[in-house]
Write a protein that binds this ligand. Sequence first.
Ligand SMILES: [Zn+2]
Length: 158
Amino acid sequence: MDINDSLPGSPGAYALLLHLAKEISLKVGSLGIHRFPEGLFVYIGSAMGPGGVRARVQRHLRPETEKRPHWHIDRLTALTEIRAVWWLTGKTNIECQWASALEKIGTRTPPKFGASDCRCPGHLIYLGKTGVEELAWSITNEMATITPGRICLNQSSA
Ligand SMILES: [Zn+2]
């Protein structure tokens, strides 16, 4: 299965599993410079505009040179590999609740990453260096505590 397969063109929330091959320090807009440890991160966002989840995830997959950096996550997707994407269509804003649920299996860092427009502590969660398959399963389970049985998942075949 390709990570792009059957992404919906309608609005919704999504989560990205990102792999960072080696530790980096990165300036993230107004948040300043932060250290990002090697390993896996999950980022939670929403795509309520035209093109919905499909347009947003395809933007995340494009090389940095082909887009003007806009969100905090744009700096990180340039340096990481997207290994999986989850989504749930609908106009309900559940991304802050997903982020909160995922804190059970990781650590929010840096504070307020991806959360300029909401009041929660951040939408990026560091999960350590555990295997992708095992983490994908845990992520699905934690998000399902908020939205039972409704989440879709694509994993990269690489
Ligand atoms: Zn939030």
